[in-house]
Write a new protein. Structure first.
Length: 185
């Protein structure tokens, strides 16, 4: 999938206090360690979906949302979803707007409402880089399969925005990122 020319926003979405739901936030943290092309902005949107929807109307040609995405696959599976198609995106009446639980669908629904009400232009392309979560119960840290998917997601996002990709990490087991995933000694 290609992005239109012009300013691009990469936004990490998720709640770091709900395990794998913090995937998007962790991915943009790692992305921040890499040089990005001119015109590409990176933001940790966390759970501030209303703010993100407003920001998406600031003249971006493309927006990449990075988030946990439960779609029934194996934990750690990555998905690249095109949310640009207005028929595929949630409409304002079909997704409840809850400022405390702003999923990408809810952000896109709010974006439709805001753009209609203000006359601001929606981004031409909105893609979601999603990762299948293993555990979104209360607690900090990513599960091992989701933590292992962060580097792959970083390479995917860098490829999408035309940046130099880092070398793949050396093979080996990923480190445990939370106590609930650690192997007892």
């Amino acid at each position: 999938m290609s992005l239109p020319p012009g300013p691009t926003l990469i936004a990490g979405v998720g709640n770091v206090f709900l395990g794998d739901d913090g995937f998007g936030v962790e991915t943009v943290r790692v992305l921040g360690e890499h040089p990005l092309p001119d015109g590409v902005e990176l933001v940790d949107a966390g759970v501030r979906g209303v703010h993100l929807a407003h920001r998406m109307l600031d003249g971006y040609a493309a927006v990449l949302l990075v988030d946990a995405a439960a779609r029934g696959g194996e934990p750690g599976s990555l998905y690249l979803l095109d949310a640009t198609d207005p028929d595929a995106a949630a409409r304002p009446g079909s997704t409840p707007i809850d400022a405390h639980h702003m999923t990408p669908d809810a952000v896109l629904a709010l974006l439709d409402t805001l753009s209609a009400g203000t006359g601001a232009r929606r981004p031409e392309r909105v893609l979601v880089v999603g990762c299948e979560p293993a555990d979104t119960t209360e607690g900090m840290g990513l599960s091992a399969p989701v933590a292992a998917a962060v580097d792959e997601a970083v390479r995917l996002v860098l490829r999408l925005v035309g940046a130099d990709e880092p070398e793949p990490a050396a093979a080996g087991p990923p480190p445990a990122t939370s106590e609930r995933n650690a192997t007892p000694c």
